[in-house]
Design a protein around this ligand. Structure first.
Ligand code: DSN
Length: 414
């Protein structure tokens, strides 16, 4: 019996059931992944007991001789992997990282401009219900009304009109490459700082499967647990010019003690991300997404932008007679985990939008390839046809279970 089973059987049992769920369902949520057992070990270590306000060699508490080394290793690995001049590994996650970037680059009341949430942006890019939309004057750009791709001419025109202090490039539901070089030109033309939020694609950037924003951006923010496949956390990468402001914004500006257990897990993940195997994984994510998209198109699904060139696919469930939520629910019952999502110019409400967002990072981490993507697309098509038939969904569940056992989920105890 494990310590946890002995101390708290109720929580132990729920974790075991979640382990089983994660292992025996197909994870298609594009922001989720399976971090390695090594990363989980570091994250669940004694480092969770330690307070370390400050930065390496400049702490407020004693007992930092090993913590400092761990944080410096994480910083060094991130700098080398991404080619960044300065890195802060302390943000608790992506939202605090983005807020810290604004605190570093502008003042409350200044204008920030990012991709509108229903068009694929993030809450913390200035959406009205987020503190970022309340502390700053928020302007938004949208995707092109016909192609649903980023419309760089329109972004330029709007940026020149509203003159943001910070221009944000990045998305949580956009299936195409982002041209960070054009964003940098626009930022320069309108006198803005450029913040690139690569939370979704940082693993692709690290593995060379998406162009890097590092040469173009003032500050780059990312979570660490999506395609990058680390523990749940955040990171800021920036030019040396912004190093002090970024560090001050994170601590003491917004946070207290950093979670050094997570930083240790991140260090391990960054070491993994510097390997040829990770480069292959990053390219396989994109190849898998393309194979999945291709097959969904053959099944008559309407894909936003018509396809993908990253890890993510957004499809319009209403083209199959379902709402996004109905489709995502039916998929989940069958064993295909996705999320309902708005599509650009969505006539439906955000809580029950038209779209479903899927992605390939987690299935790629399990070692699945294009043949399995075709199988997954076929299951999605069968769910869309039989979503009200419990028997049909149960048959799909059995088939999914068989496939999942052939591709064990990394880091999950069997
Ligand atoms: N929750 C993340 C996602 O799923 O994209 C963004 O914060």
């Amino acid at each position: 019996m494990s310590n946890l089973e002995h101390a708290d059987p109720e929580i132990a049992s729920l974790i075991a059931r979640e382990d089983h769920r994660q292992a025996r369902q197909i994870r298609l949520i594009p922001s989720e992944n399976y971090t390695s057992a090594a990363v989980m070990e570091a994250t669940g270590s004694s480092l969770t007991n330690k307070y370390s306000e400050g930065y390496p060699n400049k702490r407020y508490y004693e007992g930092q001789e090993f913590i400092d080394q761990i944080e410096l290793i994480a910083i060094g690995r991130a700098k080398s992997l991404f080619g960044a001049e300065h890195v802060n590994v302390q943000p608790y996650s992506g939202s605090p990282a983005n807020l810290a970037a604004f605190v570093a680059l502008c003042q409350p009341g200044d204008t920030i401009m990012g991709l509108s949430l229903p068009h694929g942006g993030h809450l913390t890019h200035g959406w009205s219900v987020s503190a970022t939309g309340q502390f700053y004057k928020s302007e938004r750009y949208e995707v092109h009304p016909e192609t649903h791709r980023l419309d760089y001419d329109a972004i330029r025109a709007k940026a020149l009109a509203v003159r943001p202090r910070v221009l944000i490039a990045g998305a949580t539901a956009y299936s195409r490459q982002i041209d960070f070089a054009i964003f940098a030109e626009i930022a320069k033309e309108c006198g803005a700082y450029l913040l690139c939020d690569i939370a979704h694609i940082s693993g692709l950037v690290a593995g060379g499967a998406h162009p890097s924003p590092i040469p173009h951006a003032d500050v780059v923010s990312t979570t660490t647990h999506k395609t990058l496949r680390g523990p749940r956390g955040g990171m800021l990468l920036c030019k040396e010019l912004h190093a002090k402001a970024v560090d001050r914004a994170v601590f003491p500006g917004l946070q207290g003690g950093p979670h050094e257990n997570v930083i240790a897990g991140l260090a391990v993940a960054l070491k993994e991300a510097a390997t040829p195997a990770f480069t292959a994984y990053a390219h396989a994510i994109v190849a898998n997404a393309k194979a999945l998209a291709e097959r969904l198109l053959e099944h008559g699904f309407s894909l936003v932008t018509g396809g993908t060139d990253n890890h993510l696919i957004l499809f319009d469930a209403t083209s199959k007679g379902a709402t996004g939520k109905e489709m995502a629910r039916a998929m989940a019952i069958a064993g295909l985990e996705a999320n309902a999502n708005t599509i650009p110019f969505d006539p439906r409400k955000p809580f029950d939008p038209s779209g479903v967002r899927i992605g390939t990072p987690a299935v790629t981490s399990r070692g699945m390839g294009p043949a399995e993507m075709i199988q997954i697309a076929d299951w999605i098509a069968r769910v869309s046809e039989a979503r009200q038939s419990p028997d049909s969904l149960a048959r799909i569940t059995t088939e999914i279970d068989t496939l999942c056992q052939q591709f064990p989920a990394p880091g999950i105890p069997v």
